[in-house]
Design a protein around this ligand. Sequence first.
Ligand code: MOS
Length: 738
Amino acid sequence: MMSHIGKEQPRVEGPLKVSGQARYTSDHRFPGMLYAVPVCSTIANGEIREIDTSSAAKMPGVQAILERANIGPLFRATANREFGADMVRLDEIRAPLEDDVIRYYGQYVALAVADTYEQAVAAAEAVRVAYRERAPNVAPQLAPETKHRVESERGDAASAFDAAQVQVDQTYGLPPETHNPIELHASVALWDGTNYTLYETSQGVVNHRNVLAQMLGVPRENVRVITKFLGSGFGGKLWPWTQSALAAAAARQLGRPVKLVVSRRMMFQTVGHRPRIEQRIRLGATREGKLTSLRQDWVNHASMLDDYRENCGEATPQMYSVPNLRITSALARRNVGSATSMRGPGAVPGLWATESALDELAWKLGIDPVQLRLSNEPQIDEGLQLPFSSRHLKECLATGAEKFGWSQRDPRVGAMQRDGLTLGWGMAGCSWQAARFPCAATVELRMDGTARVFCATQDIGTGSYTILAQLTAESLGLPLASVEVVLGDTRLPPGPLSGGSGATAAVIPAVLAAAAKAIDALLELGSRAPGLKLAGRRGSPLAYTEGRVHPSGEPPASGMAFAELLRRAGVDTVSGSGSSEGRGAFGTGKPEFSSHSFGAHFVEVTWQPEIARLRVSRVLSVIDAGRIVNPLTGRNQIEGAVVMGIGMALFEETSYEPRSGGPINANLADYIVAANADVPALEVHFLEYPDTRLNELGARGIGEIGLAGTAAAIANAVYHATGVRVRELPIRIEDLLT
Ligand code: MOS
């Protein structure tokens, strides 16, 4: 029986956040600190002819206008995509200010550094840049310039599609979406002549350090990266962006601390986005609803230099049983900043398309969409040809249908009414890879009776502080309040990225191993210290139970608290370190199992054709994510993801203006995200089947799966209400007026 794992534990760092004591990156200030503001390109394609800094440099408080000539050396980093302490990964590969070529709107061309933020803003605006401009290409229609690359293939999908009794052949579009965490990207850089200390907004401090060391041309040991709190990231803060190198280089050139906060507008230009994606889905099936062929061909836009490929086929090969399958991808170059991972990269856009197409197939067949999915359940992962470590998609579908009341659904379009509103009911399945990053952690037992756990992972707002406290308290048998969690600093043992929903799965084995080692060290100390009178009989081994050391086989009360042992031995701290290898997509070597989380979303929309009002009125999600370490933060993750799913389905779209090439809705008034009024009460149910092939506790990640499938479930509900099939997100009122 576990006392901390599985408890609805409120966030341990919550009081620090609500009382303003939690210091986010941009909260840091240091004596003599300067403020840096980038000068952003106002064209999207061309070259810099000349930069005139003369008047800007003379403005009050201005310390420097840095450009290529005077910022000092900055280099490209070379990728090491193997996850772990040595990884080096970033999406925008070009070092900032590397050349005079402009490839996207908003690209940094210079940096104004001044005593105050306002002075730096004024100076940045006063820098005159002359360009040689070419017409940008930001067209949303993606004719691919690169050849389609085969991502997964089995059987003969083309012939099977042609021969199929029932076919669906449709293309589904997704606009560019921009991450909008509340906290802006920021860097505060200090340089002491040798060492850099970088306060960053990072979902992976270890990788951030490795990348920045290469960009600055110094050994890794000379760079320390700190992220104690993050105002969320959604994948936008997984990899370093160029402002970090600019801030560090400015600190080096000026010999003073430098703060650079990316503005909300720049957030739409220079720190990644989910790319525009078009996916053609072809489904072939028998009249009875057995899938015979599945083809998925997608194109995503990519920047001129970077090869970001949205892995839309992430879930497809294993989601349903189908003998013939072919998945291909291609890139289309555009004058946009580099695309990057956004919550559930690949699977989320992929499932938007495939779960919409499955719904279309269900309508064609006249088969209930839940039934269609149930009757195509695979026995193994037919893509990897591996058994699933744990898969309960059918139970998610059945439980969701039962809790939602799906049997009451009238399948005819527009047939369901309530209070004068037309109801639409739709559903979709979902999946997200479950993998484990390599991880190391250290646990300490201290003379004051507390324990500490150290790990260079970070809490991006998802609850990692709390999860690590629960894990440590559980493995040491201590109250939660006795555990201190130390994260977010490259001086700590190398921990996982906060990404891919893989941090929790990674820290579990490392923390359990570290705690066991710390207990070993304590018992060793106890057995070696003769004056402690712990051994009931001479030579009998010692045991550790819930904070007490005692002769094994005798009750804990016969021994002493570990704090007392340490005091009597004159030892302040015993510690143990543990590490664990990566597994699945984040590991090396061939996996033995296919590991994923699964789920199903059931959605009700209300539609009022008289006034063209569409509302999402109910969302019920059933999630199979293994053991849930903390149902409170877990549910919060799924709810947050569903809110994003409502935004994805109905609102979110980054619009590039065709002449300038710039994102024109680059602010939170014009880029619409779901607000409270758009979100109904959300119902989340977890199936609890520990997936012990992933880690000892059987916990899989839950950060991303809640977004997977949600937009498709909403679009499917909209079809049920209105008879309009929307295949291009976001769903607009205009779409429904046809
Ligand atoms: Mo997630 S897109 O791996 O932060």
